[in-house]
Design a protein around this ligand. Structure first.
Ligand code: FAQ
Length: 334
């Protein structure tokens, strides 16, 4: 995979540090990380740090962009004008998040064209969650409640990520995601309180389908996390996959009670001794199948992104021609 190919093991990184000057640069970099300082684009950084950030930030950007598709499916069928306006605003926010994140990745020296080429060729990853279909209107509410809820849980610690442009982007993104989460909860709450029995059943059905995939958003178990240890050392990851997943389950189990829905896990049970909810086994075979391209909608999502990119070529051409004209230059031949 492209992302794996970009990955250099820390051991190789050590071997790549050859000159005394580089050893000193590495020492200063480590000291900054240990002191909790931020790294800016022009600061020296080890190649492996740069590559793992490009990997994570670009996967994150792709997730925001592909993440517009499941919700986009419901724009023309939103039940009221108010819900349609909210949904449109939310989808536009996701596009904005993708663009901030592509910009943050570009500060590390990889162009947006390269990042998009990796997405369109199927080499780059994006969050597994967006490969599931949105079958009913309740799915839109459940995406807000569970998917944005999981995204915030994961992203709030990233506002303290050691790479400053990523941390800064996350501050704004988290503010918007929290509105997204609340609108989803609100839409479901209204359906549960004021809806018909069929509407309440629709919310329960959507919760049943999205619960386990939402837990997978936090990544594989810590014991199988490839990047976890190194990224924690570098202050990119502040809380591990399993710990974030547990925090999410603890918060969401209580929210489900308020909504009046049942989470589809017979083993979900408060454990007073641990101070956490116990939960059932996550199907990691399904997770890896989806991550590796064989989920319910992987092919459809990629095809939609490729089509949108090709259909938008004239806009990029026009913007380039305009920029060239404004700069008093002749536009380069397409
Ligand atoms: N799906 O070693 P780890 C959103 C991959 S934004 C696909 O544990 P790491 C907004 C991982 O990349 C949602 N692949 O990796 C929204 C690695 O593969 P690689 C996205 C996954 O980086 C809401 C391999 O498995 N959020 O929802 C997944 O330490 C509603 C081994 O994993 C972010 O991207 C997965 N779920 O931890 C939009 C947040 N999990 O690269 C629209 C930033 C793992 O070696 C509507 N990212 N993999 O080939 C992160 O925090 C981290 O990258 C993790 C993974 C936690 C996702």
């Amino acid at each position: 995979m492209y992302t794996q190919a970009m990955d250099i093991a820390p051991k190789e990184e050590q071997r790549a540090v050859r000159s005394l000057e580089e050893v000193e640069l590495m020492r200063r970099f480590d000291a900054k990380i240990d002191a909790g300082d931020y790294i800016e684009p022009k600061d020296w950084m080890p190649e492996h740090y740069r590559k793992t950030l490009v990997r994570q930030i670009s996967q994150h950007a792709h997730s925001e962009i592909v993440g517009m598709l499941p919700e986009g499916n419901w724009v023309t069928r939103a039940p009221t004008l108010k819900r349609k306006t909210i949904l449109l605003a939310k989808i536009q926010d996701e596009a904005g998040h993708g663009l901030y994140l592509y910009s943050a990745a570009e500060t590390l020296g990889t162009s947006r064209d390269e990042l998009l080429a990796a997405l369109h060729s199927g080499k780059a990853k994006y969050s597994s969650i967006f490969n599931y279909p949105t079958l009913t209107w309740a799915d839109v509410g459940v995406i807000g409640w569970l998917v944005d809820g999981a995204a915030i849980m994961n992203q709030v610690p990233l506002t303290r990520c050691s790479y400053a442009p990523y941390a800064r982007a996350m501050v704004r993104i988290c503010r918007e995601e929290s509105f997204h989460q609340r609108q989803g909860f609100d839409a479901l709450n209204i359906m549960m309180r004021e809806g018909t029995p069929e509407q309440r059943a629709m919310v329960q059905d959507a919760t049943n389908r999205w619960w386990w995939p939402s837990l997978m958003m936090f990544g594989p178990p810590d014991s199988e996390s490839v990047h976890g240890t190194q990224n924690t050392r570098w202050g990119i990851k502040r809380i591990s996959n399993d710990d974030l997943r547990q925090k999410f389950i603890d918060a969401t189990a209580e929210q489900a009670k308020v909504l009046g829905v049942t989470l589809p896990d017979p083993e979900l049970k408060w454990n007073a001794e641990r101070g956490h909810y116990d939960f059932g086994r996550i199907d990691w075979t399904e997770f890896w199948r989806v991550v590796n391209g064989d989920g319910p909608c992987n092919r459809e999502r990629l095809a939609a992104r490729r089509r949108a990119h090709e259909a938008g070529q004239w806009v990029r051409d026009a913007a380039n021609a305009h920029a060239a004209k404004a700069a008093g230059r002749t536009p380069a031949a397409a």
